[in-house]
Design a protein around this ligand. Sequence first.
Ligand SMILES: Cc1cc2nc3c(=O)[nH]c(=O)nc-3n(C[C@H](O)[C@H](O)[C@H](O)COP(=O)(O)OP(=O)(O)OC[C@H]3O[C@@H](n4cnc5c(N)ncnc54)[C@H](O)[C@@H]3O)c2cc1C
Ligand code: FES
Length: 327
Amino acid sequence: MPQYDVTVASIRALTPTIRELVLQSKDGSALPPYAPGAHIEIQVTLDGGKEEPRAYALIGGTATEDDPANIYRIAVERRAEGAGGSRFLCDTVAVGSNLGISAPRNDFALETHPMNRLLVAGGIGIAPIISMARRLKREGRPFTLAYMSCDADNMAYRDEVAALTGGTAIFHDESVEAAPLDIKLLAQKMTYPSELYVCGTYAQNKAVVAAAEAAGLSRLQIHEQCFAPPPVVLPDNAPFEVLLRLSGLQFQVPADSSILETMLQHGHTPKFYCGRGECGICPMTVVSADGPLEHRDHTLKPEEKASGKKICICVSRVKGTRLVLDA
Ligand SMILES: Cc1cc2nc3c(=O)[nH]c(=O)nc-3n(C[C@H](O)[C@H](O)[C@H](O)COP(=O)(O)OP(=O)(O)OC[C@H]3O[C@@H](n4cnc5c(N)ncnc54)[C@H](O)[C@@H]3O)c2cc1C
Ligand code: FES
């Protein structure tokens, strides 16, 4: 896979778990040009020593300046779980390390026609979004940027985003805000013609796309990128019924969908962030269940799981036919 040899020219801690790497071509020559939304693959060494490619969005520069042609800038979030590619880039790689990279590829390109843009980032999804924002700002094109997180201290490029947008960016910390970010309202405020670009977790993307569609945007106006594939559907998943006690909403959760996804499809917008059972934003109170809860999250404490009173609606299920939630 590697087509270009680069050296790590500098490293900067952006947050406690995200570091920025500036990669410079080894011989100083220009690297291939790219547009916002592009990514490269880096050959990483996994825990067992195996080498594999991992994709990283190209940031393109600082808040105000583009990088020179022999530089690629990326931001890597350290994922404690997983095969170790991000841990290799965050723990092992140092200034002066040599890496093999691919040519840029763009599956999330910013359309060139004049439009009002709503740019939405969830967590490390800010990487391609900040690159788009810099381009739009330079070209004098209108855009609104919304940046969601579940921890205000873990928002890479927060100051740069604030500076780039002249303070108009919407920062939404799901851990403290009372309600989820109202994407439908933001999309409705955009004057036609408009487009949405979203890069977040799988669950965030689904919710944002659904809200944009509810606001009247067509699929052609919506562009999304997700850094991770959809959650795995376990073979023993079975459908079950959920009743939301307060709203009276009742629906069937299919085997290939989560409680959260099904709720969103039915127009109910609970608080959530990661959609992977990691952030602890989505747990709901269980009123009753006719079978044991199948906890698949990494956030509830063992005693909370054992109590049967809380459930992470993004990943967990009930091994029964009916679950009643206090929502
Ligand atoms: C087009 C594209 C661009 C990407 N750009 C970036 C980037 O700019 N910065 C960055 O840190 N990562 C980015 N990623 C993710 C990156 O390629 C790796 O998957 C990530 O660094 C984890 O690698 P790993 O070997 O540590 O864990 P893996 O074993 O590859 O992953 C562990 C698990 O976590 C999931 N996962 C991986 N990354 C994420 C994530 N960011 N959010 C949610 N789930 C995830 C994986 O699907 C897998 O299930 C991008 C991925 C794609 C496809
Ligand atoms: S949304 Fe993060 S744990 Fe469920």
